[in-house]
Design a protein around this ligand. Structure first.
Ligand code: ADP
Ligand code: MG
Length: 729
């Protein structure tokens, strides 16, 4: 019996995993995190103060104190039965990495003890030479090292391999270049902090720190594990390369916000509990539009922590799913014909005085501060749309962007009708002769529109890649499998840079004699005019928008290899270098790594297609052909007229045609791959993988395979079908 039928048979015998939940979430929340409360408990006063200072980024920890902190963390971890620790980091492969060491060690005199010293807390050398480095580490100095990030607390993972203490770290080369997602993100956040504080000080001298905030919404699919395991494409590339649409897809929309299926519900409660213990503040769970698609979202947090929590959660979800014999699919497009998955990044900035900088203010004065940050965001998106596009580029996300479910590859900003009016008012009323009185009146007028804006929660455009949603921007084009750090590093860097320029522009006007608020209004007005073309309020999924965007001169780069070009333009290099986020060589390396990732993904998909076509599809089709041929032969021999087996003959003919195309196209694809594989330059190769392997072959081969699926005897078809994966549980 094929794996497919074994999996289907087993479905009915599956027992639901019992999930014990806490009576209250607060009872377990943060249980496995070395929170400040625990730090207070396990650390000396000196060590505690030192830790706090280094969390704030103001002080390096010295060796003696590091030993004390490490001891405290170990004592806490041991009190929870932990024997091993690991530096936990986010290499550019897109998953998280760990290398476990035990506290256990033997001293020179032979005594066995448990130990975790400051050095082990602060720095480690994982044997990580096989992580992508884009050529930054020549092999003779292939080792990179991980360094403790005190701004994200240590935690204990207790699923899978027993209990392990995880120390969040950055991953850098010996020459100091970053090799992970976290190091540049931290730098971008620091850059934003600096320039945002300066701009805040125009309005409020008490602001000394600005933190960027992120609330992600994670979409994912969940299907039966045994069915997933019977699909080599799902196992190896996370998406189905073939599969005919089921009779019942998402057209009924009965899954969306419907009741959550029992087995999935148990799984959700289970991973949520694990997440709560790890301090991940999950808040919402619901079904998504496509069958078997779901979403979860936490309460927003400081960006670095939110990114850690998202990567950690993706890992936890996959591990917990195993307990339920389920498989989580984080790929952007696991199934053709139904929606793919994204990860909206809700982003804002908050001051240490407790103000959300993207929330309209309560007074005319705070409103001007809001408008400043609001307009600067639009300007940043306008000036660096190409970088935002590159930050979300991946082989997986290419399937999603521009399909009729996700924003197009055109980057635009949605602001809503009230703010559109506000922007328009500023644009038209702030002229050369604009004086203090005009300013006062305009400010009051603008202030009057704000309550309307706050009341209006319905004004939401779900087709925009970058939408203002009342008190934050929502970057909606991010892919579900992505590390949010990639998008967040760009968003925060371009914002930092735009604010820096804003400060310069305003100061220049003040220098010339403008009063501060007039200078701010003038600059805001100038930015509105300059970035107007990126603001779009209509249907982002429509064809008219593509045409309109082209007229406006907005880019619409549909494939990753080309979208990635934006990473290494002179403009990008200047931006990242002057904000101390990436050096030129780091950018070049990252560009190279992204291209390589793209090449590998498409290459693997092409191989899988070939494998499935030759070893699964054609054999099943040929078997059915034989049955039909035998049948026709028999009917003929019995003396029946041709009309008696005309249908069989017709099916037989169709089968032959599709088999021919599948075979010849697969063969041609292999040849095309050989040519492309000989290319040495990554960019050329990635472009060729898209234009010479993927574009000319993938869809066409799939079309004929899916036709065969609809013709061939169901009993002979070895790959689980869409209807089984999506609708059975
Ligand atoms: P929707 O699906 O309508 O977009 P959700 O409630 O699912 O709304 O998601 C909203 C997300 O926005 C949540 O993750 C929430 O934490 C986040 N969010 C709310 N306020 C902020 C903010 N100031 N900064 C960042 N994220 C925020
Ligand atoms: Mg949302």
């Amino acid at each position: 019996m094929s794996l497919r039928f074994q999996a289907i048979n087993n479905l009915t015998d599956l027992e639901e995993v019992k999930v014990e939940g806490p009576s209250k979430i607060t009872a377990i929340f943060g249980e496995n995190v070395f929170t400040l409360t625990k730090a207070r408990q396990f650390l000396s006063d000196e060590a505690y103060k030192s830790l706090i200072a280094s969390i704030k980024g103001s002080k390096k920890i010295d060796r003696v104190v590091a030993n004390q902190i490490a001891n405290g963390i170990r004592a806490w971890a041991e009190s929870k039965g932990v024997t091993h620790f690991t530096h936990w980091f986010q290499p550019l492969t897109g998953t998280t990495a760990e290398k476990h060491d035990s506290f256990f060690t033997i001293k020179s005199d032979g005594t066995a003890i448990e130990e975790f010293d400051g050095a082990a807390l602060i720095q480690q050398e994982p044997d990580a030479s096989s992580f992508p480095s884009g050529g930054l580490r020549a092999t003779f100095e292939a080792r990179g090292y991980t360094a403790w990030d005190p701004s994200s607390p240590a935690f204990i993972i207790e699923i899978g391999f027993g209990k392990t203490l995880c120390i969040p770290t950055i991953f850098v080369s010996y020459t100091g270049e970053s090799l992970d997602y976290k190091a540049p993100l931290l730098k971008a956040l620091e850059s934003l902090n600096k320039s945002a504080v300066e701009v805040c000080n125009y309005f409020d001298k008490n602001v000394t720190k600005v933190t960027a905030t992120l609330g992600w919404e994670q979409e994912y699919f969940v299907i039966d594990e045994a069915l997933a395991n019977a699909r080599p494409d799902l196992v190896q590339c996370g998406r189905t390369v073939f599969g005919a649409s089921p009779a019942k897809g998402q057209q009924l929309e009965d899954h969306y916000f419907g009741s959550i299926p029992e087995r999935v519900y148990a799984f959700m409660r289970d991973y949520e509990n694990e997440a709560y213990k790890l301090g991940i503040p999950l808040r919402t769970r619901h079904n998504e539009v496509a069958p078997a698609q779901f979403e979860c979202a936490p309460i927003f947090e400081e960006v670095n922590l939110a990114v850690d929590h998202n990567t950690l959660l993706m890992d936890i979800m996959s591990r917990v799913a195993k307990r339920h014999k389920l498989k989580v699919l984080l790929h952007e497009k696991p199934f053709a014909g139904i929606n793919g998955s994204g990860k909206h990044n809700n982003w804002s900035m908050a001051t240490d005085t407790g103000v959300n900088l993207l929330a309209p203010g309560k007074t005319p004065k705070t409103n001007l501060m809001f408008l400043t940050f609001f307009v600067n965001t639009i300007k940043a998106v306008h000036d660096y749309a190409d970088l935002l596009r590159s930050a979300i580029a991946s082989a997986g996300n290419d399937h999603r962007l521009g399909a009729n479910e996700a924003p197009p590859a055109i980057i635009s900003v949605f602001v809503g009708q009230y703010l559109a009016k506000v922007l328009n008012d500023i644009e038209t009323r702030v002229g050369d002769k604009f004086d203090e009185q005009d300013e006062a009146i305009l400010k009051l007028d603008l202030h009057r529109s704000i309550p309307e804006l706050l009341l209006d929660n319905t004004d939401r455009n779900r087709t925009s890649p970058f939408a203002f949603t009342g008190n934050k921007f929502e970057f909606r084009a991010v892919g579900s499998a992505a590390n949010c750090a990639s998008a967040m590093t760009v968003v925060n860097t371009i914002m930092a840079d735009t604010l820096k320029t804003f400060k310069k522009d305003v100061d220049a006007l003040i220098e010339k004699g403008d009063k501060k608020e007039i200078a701010i209004m003038h600059t805001i007005q100038k930015y509105i005019v300059e970035s107007k073309k990126v603001v779009f309020e209509g249907d982002g999924y429509s064809e008219e928008w593509e045409k309109e965007a082209e007229k406006r001169g907005l880019a619409n780069v549909k494939t990753s290899p080309l979208a990635l070009d934006a990473m290494i333009t002179d403009k990008a290099k200047h931006l990242f270098e002057s904000n101390n986020v990436y050096s030129h060589s780091e950018l070049e390396a990252r560009h190279e790594i992204e291209l390589e990732k793209y090449i590998k993904k498409v290459q693997i998909e092409a191989r899988i297609m070939g494998d499935l076509a030759i070893n699964h599809i054609i054999p099943a089709a040929v078997k059915y052909q034989n049955t039909l041929a035998e049948n026709i032969k028999g009917l003929k021999a019995a003396g029946l007229p041709e009309s008696a087996y005309a249908s069989q003959l017709d099916i037989l003919k169709q089968l032959s045609e599709h088999i021919q195309v599948v075979y010849t196209k697969t063969d041609a694809m292999v040849e095309a791959r050989k040519i492309v594989n000989n290319m040495t330059e990554s960019r050329t190769k990635a472009i060729a993988y898209e234009s010479q392997v993927k574009a000319p072959f993938f869809d066409e081969i799939r079309y004929h395979v899916d036709k065969l699926e609809l013709l061939v005897n169901d009993a002979d078809w070895t790959l689980p079908k869409y209807r089984e994966m999506l609708l059975l549980r």
